[in-house]
Design a protein. Structure first.
Length: 114
């Protein structure tokens, strides 16, 4: 499997990148390493999501845990409708609340902030 190798390489490269002050590259390699560790755990137990140690036939598999086609269609529709709304709201909040909050601003507006 490639994911354990990717995890080891990515996490081995991250500290030297931090030493040479390449924070962006270190962030990417650290994230890739963490994702590869999680992928290793998921791929090693596939198709079991919750393996049973007492009765292997009672284990929860990917196919047992999946939803019906109707439920998946409803969730797709909900995602198509609500995800853009959530992203727009998040962008609006970020725009409204951007910028630093200084001590002088808090002291000058103490009657309206709290």
């Amino acid at each position: 499997m490639a994911s354990p190798v990717i995890a080891i390489l990515a996490l081995a490269v991250t500290p030297p990148l931090l030493v040479i002050r390449r924070a962006g590259a270190a962030f990417v390699t650290g994230g890739a390493g963490i994702a590869a560790v999680i992928a290793t755990a998921g791929l090693s137990t596939f198709p079991f999501m919750l393996p049973s140690s007492l009765e292997p036939r009672a284990s929860l598999t990917v196919w047992d845990a999946s939803s019906s086609h109707l439920t998946l269609k409803i969730m797709l529709f909900a995602t198509v409708v609500f995800l853009p709304l959530v992203l727009l709201y998040t962008a609006w909040v970020y725009r409204v609340l951007r910028g630093p909050v200084t001590a002088a601003f808090v002291e000058g507006n103490s009657h309206s902030i709290y």
